[in-house]
Write a protein that binds this ligand. Structure first.
Ligand code: FMN
Length: 456
């Protein structure tokens, strides 16, 4: 156990202190207390920040029960499907936002496999939302099954961020997240948003205030631990301190490596800068009133549980959840939430996905195509017998299949019945000791400039 655990957990709701949740008890408690997901993850709404967000003037009105009722009413009033899941388990596990990957199709697959994982959209630029306001379903619509789901937006124009948030309200996302971590030159360079925003925390605070003022759901920031030479722990803390104290942001997702804006590709920016989990755990120690989700390089449910045991409030996985959805997401409900398994086989997952796929095929003119819809399935048989042959057959089938049903008929013969009809196997052991040394690497505690002046 690392030393940060106790201090990190002292100020978060009791629910977070359960390393092995009793699923029935946990769900019962949340229903009994009228907990919406917001209350289950975010500090109790007694702070000015949340009061402001409620736009209520009297402190007593913001009891959990009231907040929940108010919140649910707001959600239902602008939800167009009427089928909102009211209670979610906390975001102990989330699937990262990934451009071109975590689209509606992937999220549909992910939700069939895991009922409790929190799902993030790909980043949607605020400008896209604002300029496509007559065509928003294409960018923002999702099936109610996908709750809990977080919309990630990107941008550097406060007016557009505010307007985009307002336009997104009708879709009833469960949280709005601002991208402060993307190093792509298109985004961080020319567009001057993404990770570049970390260099201007005051702007981020203003942007987050504008976003929060236009939604009733919680807001969060996803960022790196630094940019280029601005990579000291104190600079990271200055960013967190300013954004959290000047805006309603209380939840930060920390991709635990810095970004390099020196021309390396986005993919290289996800592997070349070293991971520094000690910065993440330093934040937990130094900002006990905030909520932090760790991200970067985590590849198994064992590692998710190890991160949480070391104190992380939430864990976000990106590439591993995309590249191996069955083995990662297939264990989330049971091994992380202590919930019952869905009991689905991959054949049953595909049957459910088929119904979805053929219903959306060609919905927007010629898109989505069979290839678009099948893309997230291509990793479903990761390292299983028949996987290579299925991919080769898939390549050929893309050329002539016009429905998902015909695609399956043509390709699934490559996969043995034993693979299609078995339940998810025991998870292969991950690096359970991934965070074992983090305690000895923690940076010196952060002191704000004010504290330094007072102590001097
Ligand atoms: C293809 C791809 C696209 C990504 N797009 C986004 C994005 O839109 N917004 C974002 O905040 N991060 C994006 N990321 C970064 C991931 O959210 C995550 O921070 C990163 O992959 C590290 O987590 P991992 O090691 O678990 O993959 C993307 C990553 C990948 C691989």
């Amino acid at each position: 156990m690392v030393g940060v655990r106790s201090s990190a957990l002292t100020n978060v709701p009791t629910l977070y202190q359960r390393p092995a949740p009793d699923y029935a008890l946990l769900k019962g408690m949340m229903k009994f207390a009228g907990y919406s997901f917001a209350l289950s993850f975010h500090p109790m709404p007694t702070s000015n920040t949340i009061l402001n967000r409620c736009r209520l003037s009297h402190t007593n009105l913001c009891t959990p029960m009231f907040f929940s009722a108010y919140y649910t009413q707001k959600r239902q009033s602008h939800h167009n499907s009427g089928a909102v899941a009211k209670y979610y388990l906390p975001p102990w596990f989330s699937v990262a936002p990934m451009m071109d990957w975590t689209d509606n199709h992937y999220r549909t697959l992910a939700r069939i496999i895991s009922k409790h994982a929190w799902l993030y959209t790909e980043m949607v630029a605020a400008e896209t939302i604002v300029h496509q306001k007559d065509n928003l379903d294409r960018f923002l619509a999702f099936s109610p099954d996908q709750h809990p789901i977080v919309l990630q937006i990107g941008g550097s124009n406060i007016e557009n961020l505010a307007k985009a948030t307002e336009l997104a309200n009708v879709y009833c996302y469960d949280e709005i997240n601002l991208n402060c971590g993307c190093p792509s030159p298109r985004v961080a360079g020319h567009g001057c948003f993404g990770v570049s925003l970390m260099l201007n925390p005051k702007f981020v605070a203003e942007a987050m205030s504008a976003i929060a003022a236009n939604t009733n759901v919680p807001v969060s920031v996803k960022c790196r631990i630094g940019v280029d030479d601005h990579d000291s722990y104190d600079e990271l803390c200055d960013f967190i301190d300013m954004v959290s104290s000047l805006s309603p942001t209380k939840h930060f997702i920390i991709h635990s490596r810095k970004a390099l804006l020196n021309g390396i590709s986005p993919a290289e920016n996800r592997s070349i800068p070293p991971l520094k989990y000690e910065y993440f755990y330093g934040l937990l120690r130094d900002f006990p009133n905030l909520t932090f989700t760790i991200n970067g390089g985590i590849t198994s449910v064992d590692e998710v549980n190890a991160a949480r045991e070391a104190g992380a409030h939430g864990v976000m996985i990106g590439r591993a959840a995309y590249n191996n959805p069955w083995h990662i997401l297939g264990h989330v409900d049971t091994a992380i939430y202590g919930a019952p398994s869905s009991g689905l086989t991959r054949r049953q997952v595909l049957e459910k996905y088929l119904a979805y796929g053929d219903s959306v095929l060609g919905k927007y003119g010629y898109r989505p195509t069979v290839r678009d819809i099948v893309k997230p399935l291509l990793n479903l048989f990761h390292s299983a017998p028949g996987n290579g042959l299925w991919k080769r057959k898939a390549d050929a089938a893309f050329r002539n299949c016009t429905t998902i049903k015909s695609f399956f008929e043509e390709t699934l013969v490559a996969i043995p019945d034993t693979v299609l009809d078995s339940l998810v196997a025991e998870p292969s052991p991950g690096r359970g000791d991934l965070f074992a040394n983090v305690d000895s690497l923690l940076p010196p505690p952060y002191r704000t400039t004010e504290e330094i002046v007072i102590c001097a």
